[in-house]
Design a protein around this ligand. Structure first.
Ligand SMILES: [Fe+2]
Length: 240
């Protein structure tokens, strides 16, 4: 668990066969929480909340892939929580959710006193979202520690991913703590944007064509998780 001086804490649990992270954003004052991407043995997260007297009021989805939502029904049966996702992801998914709250990028929601900014970060899927609270960013499959989400599945778009990562690189404070959707990291499961700008190969390309080549044709042939840091020179050399 990450404790800080803010109004909230972030609890994370690594669950399932694909090293998914399920997060709780716990607002201290109200003892309410949002659960992000409920999946796999989600009862462990629900039990954690219960044991601490935390009420889950909201469910935040970064995107609709099965490995991020397969505990949604169980969570809804446990807590009468609101489901939040971006409108383009709901359209892409096509699921028959009962009364979801559909958002646009730059919308904000509140969990108790804690304000959460919703970022629209397309590329992995059309309506992928990142959730920013204080200095923390829950990034789903958009950005991993020294990696990024694949763009070759249905709804993926490497050119959009390039634009998304460019915005994240320039607009997020360097001290932002990244909480990814999967644990592909060699050591600490979190990182900072500063460290990622220095060593995440997907943040090393300035031209969209170079990024697309690396993401779609090079990366998976030369790297396996856990992912370590890659220098800018090395990333650029690998696409020649
Ligand atoms: Fe995904």
């Amino acid at each position: 668990m990450q404790q800080n001086q803010n109004s909230y804490s972030i609890h994370s649990m690594e669950l399932g066969p694909m090293e998914n992270f399920v997060y709780l954003i716990h607002d201290h004052a109200s003892d309410t929480a949002a659960i992000v991407d409920p999946a796999w043995e989600v009862n462990k997260v629900l039990d954690l909340a219960d044991s601490k007297g935390i009420k889950i009021t909201d469910i935040l989805l970064t995107h609709s892939h099965h490995d991020h939502i397969n505990g949604l029904q169980q969570t809804l049966e446990h807590s009468d929580a609101k489901v939040h996702l971006l409108k383009p992801e709901a359209k892409f998914w096509g699921a028959n959710l009962s009364k979801p709250e559909l958002h646009h990028g730059a919308d904000q929601i509140k969990i108790g006193d804690s304000l959460i900014n919703i970022l629209h970060t397309p590329g992995h899927t059309p309506g992928s979202a990142c959730y920013q609270v204080g200095n923390d960013l829950i990034a789903g499959d958009t950005l991993f520690v020294f990696g990024c989400g694949r763009c070759d599945l249905a709804g993926g778009d490497p050119e959009e991913m390039f634009q998304t990562l460019k915005r994240m690189k320039t607009e997020l404070p360097a001290s932002t703590v990244l909480h990814p959707g999967h644990n592909y990291a060699p050591q600490s499961p979190t990182s900072t944007m500063e460290t990622q700008c220095q060593g995440n190969p997907f943040l090393h390309f300035d031209e969209v064509d170079d990024f697309v080549k690396y993401r779609m044709h090079v990366h998976d042939k030369i790297r396996d998780a856990p992912y370590g840091a890659v220098s800018k020179e090395h990333a650029r050399e690998s696409i020649k």
